[in-house]
Design a protein around this ligand. Structure first.
Ligand SMILES: Cc1cc2nc3c(=O)[nH]c(=O)nc-3n(C[C@H](O)[C@H](O)[C@H](O)COP(=O)(O)OP(=O)(O)OC[C@H]3O[C@@H](n4cnc5c(N)ncnc54)[C@H](O)[C@@H]3O)c2cc1C
Length: 386
C-alpha cells in the first residue's frame, strides 16, 4: 500500500474516498477500537457538500441529515438579532447545508471507503525513515508498517505533526463547551434553522438533526465554569422549553470539552509526509467550519490528482489552501470572543450592530466561505516553499 492515512476521522475518511477514486492504494490507521465519533451533531456547510458531491456521497448525507436554510442569531430569550437566508446559495449550488449526527456522517464515509481499508486499534506511536526513504510506522500495539507516503489526519494533537514537523502551538480559547443530542422536535419556526443565542459570557445553539432528533451545544467562559456543574445551571434566562429540552437529554449523550485551536503555521508538507484537517489548521468551532475545511483540503488534493502525481498534488495543496484555512481560524477566533462579550455596554453594542448589519455584507462573507478555490487549483504554483 502506497499511502498511510493516520486517523479515521472526517478528514482521513474523506481523503480515503478521494484516493480510492484516483486509484491510489492506501490504509487508514485509526487509534480507537471502533469508528465511534464523539460530539453529537455537526453542520456540514455548502462548501463541504460540494466536495461530497464531487466524491459521490452528497445524496447519502442529504438523506441522513436535515437541511439548514436559515441561520438565526438571537439573544438568550430567542429575540432575533440577525437572520441569514441560505436559499440563494442552495439554488446557486443546487445543494443545501445540512445538520447531521456525527455517527451517520461517519457511517456514510466508512461505507464509501470500505471497512477492509480501515485498521482499528492502530495508534501511531513512532515513525522512522528507512534507508530506502520509506516511512516505517510503529503502533502502540507493537505492530509496524511501511509506506511511501504518510498523511497525518490525526486531529488537533496530531502525532504525525509532533514526529515529522516543526513544533506548533495549541491555543486555549478559554471556553467550555457541552454538546448533546436528544429525541425532540423543535417548534416549526426552527425546523430548518441553525440557531445561536448569545448571552453574556455564554451562548447556546441548537438545530434539528433528523425529524425526531435535536443537537444542542452550550459554551461558557472558562472562568465562569464551576467543575461538575451541568448546563441547566447557566441557562436560567433561556425560554422554559429550551431549559426543559436540555434537562431531558440523557447525561450519557452529553459531552463536555475545552475549546482549542492551532496557531496558524505554514508547513503542512515535507518529503512525502503531509498534514490535513485539524492536524494542519484546527479552528475554534464558531463558524462551524473545522470539518468543512478538512473536507476542502481533500477537494484540492483530489482535483490536483486529476492532472498531477501524488507527490506533486501533496506538495501543491498547502499553498492553495493556506490562506482560506488560516482566515477561517482567525475569523472564528474573533467571532468566539465577540460572541462571549460580558460587559453590558459591549453586549448592547454587539447586539445592535448585528441587528443593523446590512445583508449584503453577510452574503459576501458566506459567498467567500462557500466558494472552492477552483482558479488556484487550475493554476498551482510550480514550486512551493515547503
Ligand atoms: C464543539 C465543536 C463543534 C464543532 N462543530 C462543527 C461543525 O458544526 N461543523 C464543522 O465543520 N466542524 C465542526 N467542528 C470541528 C470538527 O469537529 C473538526 O474540525 C473535525 O472533526 C476535524 O476532522 P479531522 O479528521 O481533521 O480530525 P479528527 O476529527 O480529530 O479525527 C482525527 C482522528 O485521528 C485519530 N487519531 C488521533 N491520534 C491518532 C494516532 N496517534 N494514531 C491513529 N489515529 C489517531 C482519532 O481517533 C480520530 O479518529 C466542531 C468542533 C467542536 C470542538
Amino acid at each position: 500500500m502506497q499511502v498511510a492515512i493516520i486517523g479515521g476521522g472526517i478528514g482521513g475518511l474523506t481523503l480515503a474516498i478521494a484516493l480510492k477514486k484516483a486509484g491510489i492504494s492506501f490504509v487508514v490507521y485509526e487509534a480507537t477500537a471502533a469508528i465511534k465519533p464523539v460530539g453529537a451533531g455537526i453542520a456540514i456547510a455548502n462548501n463541504a457538500m460540494q466536495v461530497f458531491r464531487h466524491l459521490g456521497v452528497d445524496q447519502a448525507l442529504t438523506d441522513r441529515g436535515m437541511r439548514i436554510s436559515t441561520v438565526l442569531l438571537t439573544d438568550m430569550e430567542l429575540g432575533v438579532l440577525d437572520q441569514t437566508h441560505l436559499t440563494a446559495f442552495e439554488q446557486k449550488y443546487q445543494l443545501a447545508n445540512i445538520a447531521i449526527h456525527r455517527s451517520a456522517l461517519h457511517q456514510v464515509l466508512v461505507e464509501a471507503v470500505g471497512e477492509e481499508h480501515i485498521q482499528l486499534n492502530k495508534r501511531l506511536q513512532g515513525i522512522t525513515i528507512e534507508d530506502s526513504g520509506m516511512y516505517h510506522l510503529e503502533f502502540e500495539d507493537q505492530t509496524s508498517a511501511t509506506h511511501e507516503y504518510v498523511i497525518g489526519a490525526d486531529g488537533l494533537r496530531s502525532r504525525v505533526r509532533q514526529l515529522l514537523f516543526a513544533p506548533s502551538t495549541l491555543r486555549n480559547a478559554k471556553q467550555v463547551c457541552w454538546r448533546g443530542v436528544l429525541p425532540y422536535t423543535l417548534p416549526a419556526t426552527y425546523a430548518n434553522a441553525a440557531v445561536e443565542s448569545w448571552g453574556k459570557g455564554k451562548r447556546l445553539g441548537f438545530v434539528q438533526l433528523t425529524e425526531q432528533q435535536v443537537y444542542w451545544y452550550f459554551l461558557v467562559d472558562e472562568d465562569r465554569y464551576k467543575p461538575h456543574t451541568t448546563v441547566e445551571e447557566y441557562i436560567e434566562d433561556c425560554p422554559l422549553w429550551i431549559q426543559a429540552m436540555i434537562q431531558q437529554t440523557d447525561p450519557m449523550a452529553i459531552h463536555c470539552d475545552r475549546i482549542y485551536d492551532l496557531k496558524p503555521f505554514s508547513n503542512w508538507y515535507h518529503n512525502k509526509a503531509c498534514l490535513l484537517g485539524d492536524a494542519a489548521h484546527a479552528t475554534t468551532p464558531n463558524l462551524g467550519q473545522g470539518a468543512c475545511q478538512a473536507i476542502e483540503d481533500v477537494y484540492v488534493i483530489s482535483k490536483l490528482l486529476e492532472r498531477h502525481s501524488l507527490e506533486e498534488a501533496l506538495q501543491q495543496f498547502p499553498p492553495i489552501r493556506r490562506s482560506k484555512a488560516h482566515a477561517i481560524v482567525r475569523d472564528s477566533w474573533t467571532l468566539g470572543q465577540i460572541a462571549q462579550f460580558r460587559h453590558p455596554l459591549f453586549v448592547f453594542m454587539r447586539n445592535a450592530t448585528f441587528r443593523l448589519l446590512p445583508s449584503f455584507i453577510k452574503k459576501q462573507q458566506i459567498k467567500k466561505m462557500f466558494e472552492l478555490n477552483e482558479v488556484a487549483i487550475a493554476n498551482p504554483k510550480p514550486k512551493t516553499v515547503d
